[in-house]
Structures are given as structure tokens and as C-alpha cells.
Design a protein around this ligand. Structure first.
Ligand SMILES: CC(C)(COP(=O)(O)OP(=O)(O)OC[C@H]1O[C@@H](n2cnc3c(N)ncnc32)[C@H](O)[C@@H]1OP(=O)(O)O)[C@@H](O)C(=O)NCCC(=O)NCCS
Length: 204
């Protein structure tokens, strides 16, 4: 059997995505103040699991720089990270970030990651965003989707909230990377890989 041709990005990225409460859309320069405020208020919570707030968005000026790099990423055929902002449809408030990264065109695969502001945690915001994004990821390009066939989520084994999001969004635990990365003050720690495929995923 011949391998299918490699995945190519759609001519137009399939954004924004609307869910019941959220708009998932590309970053804009006018988001810089909101991005800085949100990251600054949540820096310690995010840094436990993701290193970037240590060095990024330390000022509104740096948030503009981040957004500029995000805007440029959307122009690439195969961006290292296709950034997506999670926006509250009702208030327009920036609630956090997600996106697609680690595209593997030969496997028609990408990975997603996420964070949500602490004062809106445990309301199902992240799960709703991941479900909306996964639905668009698997929708054929001819029907306005990304046309991917496999999606992954990787997280620290100790990050119970993140694992729950993956499970609630319909992803299945596929493996444990043992002693995979170093946690400051704690030592080597395990990571989990969750996955789902276009043939097996059903919208929760
Ligand atoms: C992980 C994170 C994105 C979850 O966002 P959220 O909008 O609160 O997620 P949801 O409300 O959709 O779901 C969270 C689930 O985790 C559960 N949860 C959260 N923290 C938990 C904990 N410490 N122990 C057990 N369950 C926990 C919640 O109860 C909820 O599950 P439930 O609906 O079964 O009760 C958010 O906490 C965050 O941004 N954390 C910091 C950054 C991060 O870890 N990003 C992921 C890196 S891989």
C-alpha cells in the first residue's frame, strides 16, 4: 500500500473556532496588554509546568514581541507553533493560550498544549477549547478544517489538571515517558502521552 501524500496546511487556517463560551482565534497586537496582565498574574502557576513565562512576556513591550512572533508563525507553511488565543465570547477577555505544534506532515499529526487563567480554572474552559480545536483538527480541509488524522497531548505525569483535560476531551493515555525531564528542586519526572485519531475520536 502506498503512503498517502504528506499533510499540507490549508490555504486558509480554519480560525476562528467558536464553541459555546469561547472564541479560539489568532493573536492580535491589541491583545498585548491582556496577554501581559494574564501571564503576569499567573506566572508562578504556569512555570510549574511550562518554562516560557520565566523569560517571555515580562512587560507589555515583550508581549508585543511575542504577538509579533505569533503573527509571523501564522504565515508559515509549517510553523513550529501555531498559536491560538482562548477568548471569552461574552466579555472578550483573554482566558489563556492553546495552539498546534510539532506538526508531522508524514503522519498527518500535530500536538496541542494549553493554559488557562487561574481565576477561571475548573469551569471546563480548557476542555471546551481542546474539544473545539480537536474537532477542527480532524475536519477535512474541503470542509474547512485542518485535515489532520492524529493529535497528541503531552504533559507531566504530576500535572493532574492537564491529564484530566486530555481525558475529558476524548484523548486516550498511550504511554509514559519515564524519568523524562528534570523538575527543579524535585529531580527526574515522568511525562504522559495522550493521543486520539480521526477514526476513533468522538466529540465528548
Ligand atoms: C491545566 C489547566 C490548563 C486546566 O484548565 P481548566 O480550564 O481549569 O481545565 P478544565 O476546567 O477543563 O478541567 C480541569 C480538570 O482537572 C481537574 N483538576 C485540576 N487540578 C486538579 C488537581 N490538582 N487534582 C485533581 N484534579 C484536578 C479539575 O477538577 C477538572 O476535572 P473535572 O471536570 O473532572 O472536575 C490549567 O490548570 C492551567 O493552565 N494550568 C497551568 C498550565 C498547565 O499546566 N498547562 C498544561 C501543560 S501540559
Amino acid at each position: 500500500m502506498d503512503a498517502p501524500p504528506p499533510w499540507k496546511r490549508p490555504d486558509e487556517w480554519p480560525l476562528p473556532i467558536f464553541t459555546d463560551r469561547l472564541e479560539l482565534r489568532f493573536p492580535r497586537h491589541e491583545d498585548a496588554q491582556q496577554l501581559f496582565d494574564a501571564v503576569d498574574a499567573n506566572r508562578a502557576a504556569i512555570v510549574q509546568w511550562m518554562p516560557w513565562p520565566k523569560t517571555e512576556n515580562l512587560s507589555v513591550g515583550q508581549a508585543h514581541y511575542t504577538i509579533e512572533s505569533f503573527v509571523r508563525a501564522t504565515k508559515h507553511d509549517l510553523p513550529a507553533n501555531l498559536p491560538i488565543f482562548i477568548i471569552d465570547r461574552e466579555s472578550g477577555r483573554y482566558l489563556g493560550g492553546t495552539g498546534l505544534h510539532d506538526f508531522h506532515p508524514d503522519r498527518h499529526q500535530a500536538e496541542t498544549g494549553y493554559w488557562v487563567v487561574q481565576d477561571r480554572n475548573n469551569e471546563g474552559i480548557c476542555t471546551e477549547a481542546v474539544i473545539g480545536l480537536t474537532e477542527a483538527a480532524f475536519r477535512p480541509q474541503a470542509e474547512g478544517g485542518f485535515g489532520l488524522r492524529r493529535m497528541e497531548i503531552r504533559c507531566a505525569a504530576a500535572n493532574v489538571g492537564s491529564s484530566r483535560v486530555a481525558e475529558k476531551a476524548g484523548y486516550v493515555l498511550e504511554g509514559t515517558l519515564r524519568s523524562h525531564y528534570w523538575v527543579e528542586g524535585k529531580g527526574w519526572a515522568d511525562s504522559l502521552i495522550f493521543g486520539t485519531t480521526v477514526d476513533t475520536w468522538t466529540k465528548p
